[in-house]
Each structure stands twice: as structure tokens, then as C-alpha cells.
Design a protein around this ligand. Structure first.
Ligand code: ADP
Ligand code: MG
Length: 244
């Protein structure tokens, strides 16, 4: 994906959540991972890239076009992307299949039949067919997050944003969600994710960006960054998170 981020800043009160971040990603960077300590600015940067939040200053150029500022254009831009957050925010009163198909109808304007067909198709691919009539409360955390991921990609988003998609899950459930993300990657889906799964980031991302205190402290090819971190901050961070 081509993303040019220049001098991007976002403040919440006294906190500079994203502090003059500049970095470029290119066409053959299909998967970009944001890593760094809690509070480092990962979620804020993801929201800025996805148009869920407006910057105070700086700009983002995605595939040659600036992320729009005007409301209607921004709405269109958001609709073209997919989002998945840490906690499974499924609608509790809807069945799993409705959680996938209703947004296609209500947000994307699909016919109901097409939406249902698409929901079944993606559920089949994600191994979720037997759970489609259940409500979120009847599903495990891993199953809920797989439904949420199915919903995030049902409309075939150009870019998929994942914000710590596995951090609320038990280990074996983490693995089943990471397997699906890997499958999406292999199918060519472009993904920007924040994660604490360093093994996954190292293996499955093309580029990595280390954010701490809202700043880009280090970025580059994932293999190189993980094998040969340049900054003391990143060396300390990796030593801490990879210790156990
Ligand atoms: N909506 C918000 N209101 C106030 N402060 C926020 C808000 N969102 C994030 N922050 C602050 O911005 C900083 C960066 O947060 P965040 O982007 O969530 O980091 P990360 O995702 O890396 O943990 C933190 O200090 C956080 O408390
Ligand atoms: Mg976060």
C-alpha cells in the first residue's frame, strides 16, 4: 500500500498522542505492523489513518489521495476500509450472521439476499458456519472475534485496520484469529495492524513502525527491525516483551 504520513500530530488535552510522525510505506508493503508500549499512540495513529479521527496537523496520503477532511468524503473513505478493534464489539441482540450481513445492507446498501449470501460465503471460509444462528453471548471470545473479522472484511475493504485484534483473547483463541489474519494476508488483503504479538509481526508484516510517546522511534523492513533494532528504546521494549 502506498501511505505517506508527514508531520502528523494529534493531541488529547495535555497528551500529544501522536507527535510529528513521518513515515512512508510503499506498494509492496502489504502488511504494516505498529508496535510499542501501551499508550505509545498505536490506536490513535490507526484511527487517523482510517479517517476515524482528524489530525491537529500534518497529513496522510493513501494510494495517492489525501485522507479527506470534508464530512461526506470522509464517510465514503471510511466505508471503503474495514476495522476491527481489541474488544469484540458485536451487536449483542443480533445473531452472528446478522452481525455480518446487516452492515452490508444498512451501511453499504447491498440487497438483503446478496448480503446473506456473502455472509454465508465468508463464514464458510472462516469456519464459522455452525455458529451463524447464535448470538454473541453464546460464542467464545475467539469465535466472536472471528465473526467481527468476517464483518470487517465482508464488503472487501481496500485496507483493513486491526487494533490489537488478539489482545483480549486466551492463547489458543489468539492463534485461531491470527491464523485467519494470515489467511487474509495470503489472499492479498492489505492490512495495517497494531499488535503485541511480536512473532506474528516479525513473520507476517512487511514493515514495522515502533511508536513510543507518540513518536516514530524506528521503522523499516520487519525482519531487519526485529533482528537488528537500532534504538535503545526498541531494544529495551523487545527485551521486555520477548523475555517470556
Ligand atoms: N480519546 C482520548 N482522550 C484522551 N486521551 C486519549 C484518547 N485516546 C488516546 N489518548 C491518550 O493518548 C495516548 C496514546 O494512546 P493510544 O493511541 O491509545 O496508545 P496505544 O494504542 O499505543 O496504547 C495515551 O496517553 C492515551 O491516554
Ligand atoms: Mg491501543
Amino acid at each position: 500500500m502506498s501511505i505517506e504520513i508527514s508531520q502528523l500530530s494529534k493531541r488529547y488535552g495535555a497528551t500529544l498522542a501522536v507527535d510529528s510522525v513521518s513515515v512512508n510505506f510503499y506498494e509492496d508493503d502489504q502488511v504494516v505492523a505498529l508496535i510499542g508500549p501501551s499508550g505509545g499512540g498505536k490506536s490513535t495513529l490507526l484511527r487517523l489513518l482510517g479517517g476515524l479521527e482528524s489530525p491537529d496537523s500534518g497529513k496522510v496520503i493513501l494510494d495517492g489521495s489525501a485522507v479527506p477532511a470534508e464530512e461526506e468524503a470522509l464517510r465514503q473513505f471510511r466505508m471503503g476500509n474495514g476495522f476491527l478493534f481489541q474488544s469484540f464489539n458485536l451487536f449483542p441482540h443480533l445473531s452472528a450472521i446478522e452481525n455480518i450481513s446487516l452492515p452490508l445492507v444498512k451501511v453499504h446498501g447491498w440487497a438483503e439476499n446478496d448480503a446473506t449470501d456473502r455472509a454465508k460465503e465468508i463464514a464458510d471460509r472462516f469456519g464459522l458456519v455452525e455458529h451463524l444462528e447464535k448470538s454473541p453471548g453464546q460464542l467464545s471470545g475467539g469465535q466472536q472475534q472471528r465473526i467481527a473479522l468476517a464483518r470487517a472484511v465482508a464488503h472487501k475493504p481496500g485496507l483493513l485496520f486491526l487494533d490489537e485484534p488478539t489482545s483480549a483473547l486466551d492463547p489458543e483463541m489468539k492463534a485461531e484469529v491470527l491464523d485467519l489474519i494470515e489467511e487474509l494476508r495470503l489472499s492479498g488483503q492489505r492490512i495495517v495492524l497494531s499488535t503485541h504479538e511480536m512473532g506474528f509481526a516479525k513473520r507476517s508484516s512487511d514493515k514495522v513502525l515502533f511508536l513510543s510517546g507518540g513518536r516514530n522511534l524506528e521503522s523499516g523492513q520487519s525482519a531487519a527491525v526485529f533482528e537488528n533494532p537500532q534504538s535503545k528504546e526498541l531494544r529495551d521494549f523487545l527485551a521486555k516483551v520477548m523475555k517470556w
